[in-house]
Write a protein that binds this ligand. Sequence first.
Ligand code: CDP
Ligand code: MG
Length: 845
Amino acid sequence: NDSESEKEEVMEEKQGSTALEQVVEAAKHITVRHEPRLDEDDDELKSALLRANRVGDGLVDGERKPFYVTVKRKPGIQQARMQLPVCAEEQTIMEAINNNAVVIICGETGSGKTTQVPQFLYEAGYSHPDSDNPGLIGITQPRRVAAVSMSKRVAMELGLTEHEVSYQIRYDATVSPKTRVKFMTDGVLLRELAQDFLLTKYSAIVIDEAHERSLNTDILIGVVSRVLRLRAELSKEDQEKVKPLRVIIMSATLRVSDFTLNKTLFDKPPPVLKVDARQYPVSVHFNKRTPDIDHVTEAFKKIRKIHTRLPAGGILVFLTGQNEISVLCKKLRKKFPPLSPKASARQRAVEKEKEALEEKKEVVTAKNAEVEAEDLELGEGEIDKNVDLEDFDFDEDTEDEEGFTDEEEEQEPDAPLHVLPLYSLLPTAAQLRVFDDPPPGTRLCVVATNVAETSLTIPGVKYVVDCGKVKERRYDSTTGVQSFEIGWTSKASADQRAGRAGRTGPGHCYRLFSSAVFDNEFEQFSTPEINRMPIEGVVLSMKSMNIDTVTNFPFPTPPEREHMAKAERLLAYLGAIDSDTKRVTELGRTMAMFPLSPRFSKMLLIGQQHDCLPYVIAIVSALSVGDPFIKDYHLDDARPGDSDDGGSDNEDVARREVKEIRREEVAEKERRKLARRMYYKVQTKHAGLDPTSDILKLLNVVGAYEFAGATEKFCEDNFLRPKAMDEIHKLRGQLTNLITTNLPGVDVLVDPRMCPPTPIQLRALRQILAAGFIDSVALRADLASAGAAGKGRKFKSTRGVPYRVMWSDEDAYIHPGSVLYHDSPPEMVVYQEVFKASRVWLKGE
Ligand code: CDP
Ligand code: MG
């Protein structure tokens, strides 16, 4: 493809000139003033300076008077900080920030950017009411996990409360009037911009993880460049009121040419400060060949070898999603149970008895039989003679020695393995456990998605096991078909992953693929997200900020023309923009107020008829949060999530997993049965609905949950994810608030325990849903084409019955996870998502 390779060439050209340009630019813009460097511990000196400045003896630089806030940190914390490469550059960084509106900081993951730069700002007086920069310090993150955990960390290091160093993510916030430092997802700041385009609340905005090129981060950088320009155009008087704004863009890689060389973005290229991280050498081991079997099994074998043969040091494993992570964690815990000394003695006894038992029964040779002691549940010293051997799992262990050159026998490891999962849908408290020291005498093993690639640095990692894959959202802007595909990651991100092993000492990275695959099939860099997902949400946000000609917007990487056109078409359908002028309508402006996809905002705004609003709020909350059901279908259950690496796995992987743990399948069947019973119960007892819609099923579940008092127990009993249900609950509250405070005259019946909707309301709800999914209607294929064979046929079930959607010629099918799947196929359905896996699925009818 010519234009593709052309684009690549241009990219490379840009790359080539960047390094030099960066150095030149950096040198041009940083003026080094020779001030004595403040000793962190010299509180007296700092207070003296503070007092001197309070008296107000003029401005240094004619701009900003120096201001120092004394922070007394715990000695341990202070010591750890001083090890961080970023701290060695504090003075350079703060000078660059004080003298430039925009500064770019590049530094390896773990060098201290996220935790330290906000503290530098804080100590330099930013956010202090008496300083020249009294506004908040805002830090944006593409991932919720990072926003929450980093705010906690910084609060702890500064010795401040969670109300002073706070976070705000869509479902949760600790912000208060006392807040000085605020961590948030990039989406949260984007929505604030719609209300306060000049960002008057802030004195500094740190846009973190810019290298990830998340959709919202890209847009933020574009918008903020306009904010700066507008602030500069204010009258002197107004400028005095608004105070200057500092923007700091932080990246874990040096690839920042899309920001520095983009002439539409910043008037003069911002200085790039490079922080030299102390990175120890990491030996990278490729597999000799890329194995056919799945990477979960491969990872398991590798970890087992590391744990049984290699010296102490944490292991960090990169997999693609939650399902894989759960499977691997389970396998690891089974193989290396976290045992107390007493328990391990007991296990040895059990194993001995077990061997004796096996010999007696002579079923299999004891040599290759491995009994799972944990399933026996025996008391100390006591042996259950009735144990049926069929309860035992036999581990057919016939692996090769790929990747490890030495052929020694595996030994009993000295230390138990401390296995921790890490992915975005995990409850926050469980996520934060990766930062705690592992129990003494154990080896840490974190199994993570790429959230651990650059957002979070896990201490003590010496070995990295990298499957080389990533789950990425793909989006076809012409058909609207989305897919989550597991594909090779980029060379840049594989190198980032490897780098995680060299933070505290020399390390090793085991890549579960061959160097040939790496050389030939890995892209250099990952594609920015803007070309991988629907953009109607951001287009509407921009339009509501009066950025009308979105085509002229300074995108770091502009989206394709067709992509933009499709977003505008949908917005026009929804009535959010005028179809001729493409300008935002009054309705669109109101829609942009909600932290929701435009479809959902539209539903809210037309949801007032027949007192439907509480139900619509519940529905859009549930749809925005995502599937609350613990999976009862092992098919492609992936779904889009905001600023997140959430979602589950695609069909192939799910299938492999099913094979992987046969016993799980039995449990799964039970769970499925129970889940159906639950819906039935919920439907009859609570709402009396026919299960003829996935979306109304969601409403049932939310209703039943609230009715039961919104407890975790209800979730447990009914196979719901408590975190999701809690988020739905919070979002409902938030939306209800937003509506009552911003839409005068609109009353929401505030009834936390919704009464079931009446038949009239149900009809209205269906209409409201159709209005939101106006472009997502599918017609049964036999009706779509006149004269087609089997027209008007009677169908037993929807299985294999093709549908036609508006944007694509490809046949689509109702997803097996839909409540419609087992009924006769309706002539027409409204669907939430089209997904491509083995075939095109319509989901959420
Ligand atoms: O942002 P960057 O990747 O440059 O580094 P950072 O996230 O600021 O992390 C700096 C150091 O703080 C790392 O060594 C982390 O392991 C550590 N850290 C921690 O121990 N606990 C946290 N909750 C966050 C960071
Ligand atoms: Mg960071």
